[in-house]
Write a protein that binds this ligand. Structure first.
Ligand code: HEC
Length: 210
């Protein structure tokens, strides 16, 4: 009984020592004590929307809380060039009835710049937001001679106003649900990466021991 206990205790001790050794070895091997981080983490891709990283409520949240009445006030800045009623006349700019969700540069009887008409695609919440923030930034060579709306909440409101005139684009989902889903996937991914790294470490040590 005593003997057996001693033997068992011995093995437990031995296992502990081996474990400690492995931890030290793998630490050395992977430079855990001296992590080599690249000087620049990640890189910026031109033209990619980084709005989400900015502080303040997300676009979806702003759109969800915007009202057409707020948008109507903002639209005063557009009325020098645009009408919005169904069948309204084109002016300096095209009539904007139903523009949300519509193909870009699609109003008949309006002479669009080749820059805008050559773009293709439809007006979504994302690209309309970018366009209204800076028409010339979004479409260089556009004939819309307007500096842009720098306030995200004004852009959200005017988009809701446009949508109330025959627009079809669904309001985007609110952000919070999306964010938690992303956070979870990230957590899962890093767990997996850790497990894989541990397996690798074990494999390396086994090979080394042979
Ligand atoms: C100084 C005149 C002017 C003002 C002010 C102006 N726009 Fe425009 N807008 C234009 C012109 C011109 C075009 C056509 C651009 C082109 O063809 O490149 C245009 C195009 C557009 C389009 C694209 C339409 C389509 O059929 O694809 C939208 C949307 C738009 N404007 C929204 C607005 C909003 C919203 C405002 C106010 C916040 C505004 N504009 C202010 C002149 C103006």
């Amino acid at each position: 009984m005593d003997d057996r206990f001693n033997t068992a205790a011995g093995w437990v001790l031995f296992a502990g020592i081996v474990g400690l050794g492995l931890a030290i070895l793998s630490g050395k091997y992977f430079h855990a004590d001296n992590p080599e981080r690249p000087e620049q983490l990640g890189y910026v891709i031109e033209g990619v929307d980084t709005e989400e990283e900015e502080s303040g409520p997300s676009r979806a949240t702003l759109i969800a809380s915007a009202t057409a009445a707020q948008g109507e006030a903002v639209f005063a800045k557009c009325m020098a060039c645009h009408t919005v009623e169904q069948g309204g006349a084109n002016g300096v700019g095209p009539n904007l009835y139903g523009v949300m969700g519509a193909a870009k540069a699609a109003k008949s009887g309006f002479g669009y710049s080749s820059a805008l008409s050559g773009m293709g695609g439809e007006w979504t919440w994302e690209n309309m937001d970018a366009w209204l923030a800076s028409p010339r930034g979004y479409v260089s060579g556009t004939s819309m001679n307007f500096a842009g709306l720098s306030k995200p909440e004004e852009r959200a409101a005017v988009m809701i106003y446009l949508q109330s005139y025959g627009g079809v684009a669904e309001r985007p989902e609110e952000a919070p649900a999306e964010e938690t889903a992303e956070a979870e996937t990230e957590a899962d991914a890093s767990d997996e990466a850790e497990a894989a790294a541990e397996q690798d470490a074990a494999a390396e040590v086994n090979e080394g021991g042979e």
